[in-house]
Design a protein around this ligand. Structure first.
Ligand code: NCD
Length: 360
């Protein structure tokens, strides 16, 4: 049973002001020696970076197939340690990061809830993280609060601690590594039809509180002539911050609650679940919104190349009958996460070139 907690609140001078600065204006703060040290939000990624990460993920995937390749990979970071600090529920993001670290030979420690750490004694989360930083080279954080991973990176950078931070999901705000694996899935699926440029993508469901669709939307500025269709019930429409970002970067988007009218025209359908855990009165949120579900009947309506994605876990949004269709790529998408995260970690520690040389 969880003890009632009284956690120490510490005030860090300068953090509030730093957090308010526009993301695009503080990218340099998270760069060390010409390379990103912390991965916190999608606005950090440009097209070259995305292309390189997709290529690297594929190279790691291929290398891992053979015993010799796998052995080479597992020697790359055997001198590094990582901490997984996951204080919000997670299955696949946790497992996929864990396996990505293992592929590269890293040693892992983990905390999967605040009830077994010194936070029970009232230690602040910042001090807890500071403690991890004494032991490891990389901290991967999933946290219910928007901005918590960024705050940690800010704090460690202020103290000149060269520990990398990866945001593995920050409340309803962002999930940048999910966006990377989503781009990888889209690019791979469209590799014979010109890649991402010019594609039409529908995002469906809880766009207001779903961090995956938010992080993915930011990445669209890197591609040419992409059109987004935000398909959501009135109460879960995409928030204004994303819409103004898209307007600013001249990215075409449309909003509708009519799923049927959109699905036949698009190249990808990104389904999401209703994020009930963020409901103000969870017990009252019982609607399942069947008009925003993808059923097996829809398979005959969508285009022959249109892929169906989902960050998972799913509830009722996609009928299990749909899983067998080759256009249903969500299980592939899930596996892509491990390769992409291994690519990202190898980039962070500068061993990406050693992987690339295998293919030169
Ligand atoms: C998502 C998440 O946690 O944001 N899942 C994931 O990371 N694969 C989506 C969700 O929880 O609905």
């Amino acid at each position: 049973m969880d003890e009632p907690k009284e956690v120490t609140i510490q005030n860090y001078k300068g953090w509030e002001d730093f957090y308010k600065i526009k993301k695009s204006e503080k990218l340099d703060f998270f760069i060390r020696k010409g390379r990103m040290l912390d991965i916190l939000f999608s606005q950090q990624f440009d097209r070259d970076f995305l292309n390189n990460m997709c290529q690297l993920a594929t190279q790691i995937r291929r290398m891992a197939l053979t015993k010799m390749g796998a052995r080479k990979l597992s020697g790359l970071l055997s001198h590094k340690r990582a901490m997984l600090y996951f204080v919000q529920p997670s299955t696949r993001t946790f497992i996929s990061f864990l396996n990505a670290c293992h592929i590269l030979g890293m040693k892992i420690s983990e905390i999967r809830g605040t009830s077994t750490s010194s936070e029970v004694k009232g230690e602040s989360q910042e001090d807890t993280i500071r403690t991890f930083a004494s032991y490891v080279n990389l901290i991967i954080i999933r946290h219910p609060e928007a901005g918590f991973a960024e705050k940690t990176a800010w704090l460690l950078n202020q103290n000149k601690l060269p520990v990398a931070i990866i945001n593995g999901g920050s409340g309803p705000d962002q999930h940048p590594t999910q966006a990377l694996l989503d781009i990888y899935t889209l690019e791979r699926s469209f590799r014979n039809i010109g890649g991402m440029d010019g594609k039409k993508i529908a995002m469906v469901g809880d766009l207001k509180r779903g961090r995956t669709v938010r992080s993915l939307s930011y990445l669209m500025r890197n591609y040419k002539d992409v059109t987004l269709y935000f398909v959501a019930p009135e109460v879960f429409r995409m928030k204004d911050d994303i819409k103004s970002f898209l307007n600013k970067h001249n990215i075409e988007f449309h909003e509708t609650d009519d799923f049927a009218s959109v699905m036949q025209h698009v190249d990808a359908i990104y389904m999401t679940r209703i994020q009930k855990e963020y409901a103000e009165a969870p017990a009252e949120e019982t609607d399942v919104y069947p008009q925003f579900h993808f059923t097996k009947e829809h398979l005959s309506v969508i285009q022959s190349h249109c892929i169906i994605m989902h960050p998972l876990p799913r509830r009722y949004e996609i009928d299990v009958e749909v899983d067998k269709d080759p256009r249903a790529v969500y299980w592939k998408q899930e596996r892509n996460g491990m390769w992409m995260r291994a690519a990202l970690i190898s980039y962070l520690f500068g061993v990406d070139d050693e992987i690339a040389t295998e293919y030169r």
